[in-house]
Design a protein around this ligand. Structure first.
Ligand code: DQQ
Length: 566
């Protein structure tokens, strides 16, 4: 295919995906235009779906987080932004906001937008690197005059401006063009650079060759001339395009995480291993690193194009990710906005060194207000317990479910279930009685309970130990049938035999529900639009539909204040 014809093709594909319409890839449903009756329009236009403490621009389209960094007292977040529309169409630019605490944000407008032959068709995703002397620099993908991907650099105009408001795109761009045999439609998203043993800079660029996904390694002495390494850092057969590669050390000395955004199914997955610096290769800790299907999900829900950065201010690694809408393109046009960033998450590896642990930054707790505390609440079989006293659409909830007394009643586990947890969540929804479960929370529930989003667990006996399934079931989240309402799910890697309990943290913020199971080992983000939220308040419940009692040993819930995001 000629490069000149690629732009419409790519734009079309992305348009479908980002509108939530290209859902065969997600195996779920086709979203049709919104209902034409006036009540549906009224729901769509409700301001109550905008978030209170998640980052989103005042209006228009936002997708990937780009080049997060900490510089001279300020956190910077750039993001893929369409200044002209609530849809991902053309003129994709870099929006820019700054913050001192990652909670309240000041918008600085557009950092840069398509303007030069090397990015005239779009300024796509990229990452920040600090050059010696604490000098930030951005590498990003530009779509050139032909609509093909090239990799560019941008420098701050004035390093004494801590807001880094102006950016220069040198005329010697592009730095990297697609090499022979590469389709320019499948070549993008430069990573943060690092320095190897030989003193050369290194970056990764995502690529698809045939149907195989690659993280191509480039090296440079001066950040201007980049040479492709002999081998890719890593690749997998049959995985489709690798977008937004992120590669970073984490946990004990020598451990590295490779995170990829898989374009074909919109999944974020990671694998853990080592970095062979001699050969410039990623070497997985176990053979599963060569089969992308066996990589773990970062988040089992609406979460994509994530990017981490080192917060030198607090010596931690923070991950940002984009949560797409689950309504339709016409809905987004009507409401005038689309896309939310999830709460920044601190990432670490657990004691096994295999499992990513994600936890909301502690700064978000500064928004906690009215507090409700409960302990030792017995959830009898079939019980539904309203957790009253909170603003149920804007809250931070922490619950601990204790099962010590009833573990022997867990149902037997079928190993095949490991292959498709969302299917298990669909087949065993929150109202299906099991031995241990379903138990959990009903969030954003309407007065009559017809609308609710269930965040819940089921515990199974694997013969000697236990498997814990975590689900977020959106199927009843809204009375509107035309929305994308999946059931998401994943297993939680906790030792039930030893702990006898499972924790759940859920951040509820109007149209987003972010849930962290087992202390952040399993995360599920959902986007929901209950019609009841557009008109009145919603409710929060704990429930148990298992045949055995479950105890809430601790419940802590807080109302959350609104963050200042301008
Ligand atoms: N979004 C960007 C691309 C990236 C994709 C375009 C991931 O650079 O591959 O807006 O969501």
């Amino acid at each position: 295919m000629a490069a000149g014809s690629l732009l419409p093709t790519l734009g079309w594909v992305f348009g479908l995906i980002f509108a939530g319409l290209e859902l065969s890839r997600r195996n779920i449903l086709i979203v049709s235009p919104p209902a034409s009756d006036s009540s549906a329009a009224e729901f769509v236009l409700s301001k109550n779906y905008r978030t209170a403490f998640h980052f989103q621009p005042d209006h228009n389209w936002m997708n990937d987080p780009n080049a997060p960094m900490y510089y001279e007292g300020y956190y910077h977040l750039f993001y893929q932004y369409n200044p002209d529309s609530a849809l991902w169409v053309s003129n994709i630019s870099w929006g820019h906001s700054v913050s001192t605490d990652l909670v309240h944000w000041t918008g600085l407008g557009i950092a840069f937008s398509p303007s030069k032959p090397f990015d005239i068709s779009g300024c796509w995703s990229g990452s920040a690197t600090f050059l010696p002397g604490n000098k930030p620099v951005i590498l990003y993908t530009g779509l050139d005059t032909e609509g093909g991907g090239v990799q560019n650099v941008a420098y701050p105009k004035n390093l004494s401006d801590p807001f880094l408001r102006e950016w220069i795109k040198p005329d010697y761009n592009p730095l990297i063009k697609p090499f022979e045999g590469v389709n320019a439609s499948w070549f993008r998203d430069p990573s943060t650079a690092w320095v190897g043993q030989d003193g050369l800079w290194r970056i990764l660029v995502g690529l698809k060759l045939g149907n195989d996904g690659y993280a191509i390694l480039y090296k440079s002495k001066d950040f201007v001339t980049w040479d492709r390494a002999k081998d890719p850092l890593h690749y997998t057969n049959g995985s489709g395009m690798w977008e937004c590669p992120d590669f970073f050390p984490l946990g004990e000395e020598g451990k590295y995480v490779l995170k990829i955004s898989f374009f074909d199914n919109f999944y974020e997955r990671y694998t853990v291993g080592r970095y062979d610096e001699e050969r410039d290769l990623f070497v997985g800790d176990d053979p599963s690193s060569n089969d992308y299907n066996l990589w773990q999900r970062v988040d089992h829900g609406s979460f994509y194009a994530s990017k981490t950065f080192v917060d030198v201010n607090k010596n931690r690694r923070i991950m940002w990710g984009w949560s797409n809408e689950s309504d339709s393109k016409p809905d987004d046009v009507a409401k005038g906005w689309s896309g939310v960033q999830t709460i920044p998450r601190i990432v670490s590896l657990d004691a096994s060194g295999k499992q990513l642990v994600q936890w909301p930054i502690e700064e978000i707790e500064s928004l906690r207000g009215k507090h409700i505390h409960l302990s030792n609440v017995e959830l009898e079989p079939g019980s539904l317990h309203e957790l009253e006293g909170l603003t149920a659409s804007q809250a931070d909830i922490e619950v601990e479910f204790e099962l010590t007394m009833s573990l022997n009643r867990a149902e037997p586990f079928d190993q095949n279930w490991l292959l498709d947890p969302p299917k298990l969540c669909r087949e065993r929804g929150p109202s299906v009685h099991g031995g241990l479960g379903a138990f959990g929370l009903l969030v954003l529930a309407s007065d009559n309970l017809e609308e609710h989003t269930a965040v819940y667990f089921r515990v199974f006996n694997t013969g000697g130990n236990y498997a814990v399934l975590m689900c977020t079931d959106q199927r009843k989240s809204s009375a509107r049938n035309e929305l994308y309402k999946p059931a998401f799910g994943g297993f939680v890697n906790v030792d039930m035999k030893k702990d006898g309990k499972i924790s759940l943290r859920t951040l509820i913020d109007h149209s987003i529900v972010e849930s962290f199971g087992g202390g952040g080992k399993t995360v599920i983000t959902s986007r929901v639009y209950p019609t009841s939220l557009s008109k009145s308040s919603t409710h929060l419940y704990a429930f148990n539909n298992g045949t055995e009692s479950v105890k809430i040993s601790e419940f802590n819930g807080w109302n959350m204040a609104k963050a200042i995001i301008s």
